[in-house]
Design a protein around this ligand. Structure first.
Ligand code: SF4
Ligand code: SF4
Length: 395
């Protein structure tokens, strides 16, 4: 196992993400035997980092993780959990919710704790005086119940820079979606650089983009097989991340023992990519993108009569074109109506100014429709409101 040094801790670079445990489709019950088997196998080969979150698997992930870890000494592994500020039914007793997670994880402290899913929308809740989340979580840290504090982040580089600047000194690490596709599609390179510049550690989620990079199209997989017929598609995605020195932990949401074994083999030793291998990965990434080639040069912005942040909207458009998701929608949920794509008056100025010849008005009209009809976080979060209210005896 490759290890990272983080403030004197030795963290396995492959972390176990606990959001995809195999469960019975009809009952939702997690197959605990498989979880135990995967954990035993991973721990025997050096994994010492386990990442869960309050809402994962309908609240059952924390419990299944704790069950599988109970036979190991508490100091032999690190656990990470997250505060669900993005799913709250309103201001709640934050400390009671935090303590509930401790209880479900059968521990009295978290080695790592994160504010879950910061975006343009959720940041307003996390920073609200009424919700009082950040001061309460900092108090838990002062009391030693949190050893290291971070946040997971799903939005663009501008908000990341602003949030880190506003909260300088409070956080020690940031978890971002990073892989060879999102390196450009979700600006992961810029985010990696910003986090590194602020002196914080980078944690990675979605290293295989929800499995899409672990099972490429036949054509793309064949390109990788030409480089190494034995290597799995997933191993290339992990090796891309191994080359980035400030990535301390790469979380993989594993759900089968053979997947754990394949990932462990990749993390046995650092195998740097050659220039040729890297360019094949970027070629594959380009073939998977379906959006517009906006370079965020901003040449189109000054002349926009309604002053839209066009590159920002196009980056959400590209996300949506890849896969409609409620988390991408959250990036628009946080904007005022005057900043939404529906505010575009279709004057066409931007299309003339764009050196990439992007038909911006058309893309914004399409984005507006996708946003209107697509999944919305507020809807997805409603189911969690009920769970949180029940867990905190609020009704
Ligand atoms: S077409 Fe829309 S986005 Fe482009 S300049 Fe006009 S109003 Fe702004
Ligand atoms: S001018 Fe074109 S490439 Fe530049 S930010 Fe605007 S849309 Fe993107």
């Amino acid at each position: 196992m490759i290890y990272s040094d983080f403030q004197g801790l030795k963290l396995s670079r492959l972390g176990f993400g606990c959001m995809r445990f195999a469960a019975d489709p009809s009952t939702g019950e997690i197959n605990q035997e498989t979880v135990n088997e995967m954990f035993d196998f991973a721990i025997a080969r050096g994994v010492n980092y386990f990442d869960t979150a309050y809402p994962y698997l309908g609240g059952k992930s924390e419990i299944a993780m704790a069950e599988a870890l109970k036979k190991y000494p508490r100091k032999s592994y690190y656990i990470a959990d997250k505060f669900p500020g993005h799913s709250l039914p309103g201001p709640v007793d934050n400390i009671a919710l935090f303590n509930l997670s401790l209880q479900k994880c059968r521990t009295d402290y978290f080695d790592f704790y994160l504010l879950h899913n910061i975006t343009e929308w959720s940041v307003k809740i996390y920073e609200s005086d009424e919700y009082h989340i950040i001061p309460d979580i900092l108090k838990m840290k002062e009391e030693g119940k949190i050893r290291h504090l971070g946040f997971s982040f799903h939005s663009g580089p501008a908000l990341l820079e602003e949030f880190l600047t506003r909260h300088e000194g409070k956080f020690e690490f940031v978890q971002i979606q990073c892989n060879y596709l999102d390196w450009s599609l979700q600006d992961a390179k810029k985010k990696y650089d910003i986090i590194t510049k602020h002196g914080l550690g980078v944690w990675v989620m979605e290293p295989c983009r929800g499995g899409r990079l672990a099972k490429l199209s036949e054509e793309n997989s064949a390109k990788l097989k030409q480089l190494n017929p034995e290597a799995s598609d997933a191993s290339w995605a992990f090796r891309f991340l191994q080359d980035l020195p400030n990535i301390k932990v790469v979380l993989s949401g594993m759900n089968a023992v053979d997947q754990v074994e394949d990932n462990l083999n990749t993390f046995e030793a650092h195998q740097p990519l050659t220039e040729e291998e890297r360019s094949v990965l970027f070629e594959i990434a380009d073939s998977m993108k379906k959006g517009v080639p906006c370079t965020a040069c901003r040449y189109c912005c000054d002349g926009c009569p309604v002053q839209l942040d066009i590159p920002y909207l196009l980056s959400v458009y590209n996300d949506y074109k890849y896969a409609l998701s409620a988390v991408s929608g959250m990036r628009l949920d946080g904007l005022d109506e005057s900043q939404l794509p529906s505010a575009c008056v279709q004057c066409g100025q931007c299309a003339h100014a764009c050196p990439q010849s992007i038909d911006v008005p058309k893309a914004l009209a399409e984005l507006s429709e996708m946003y209107k009809n697509g999944p919305h976080w507020a809807e997805a979060a409603k189911a969690r409101h009920k769970e949180i209210r029940k867990d905190l005896n609020m009704d």
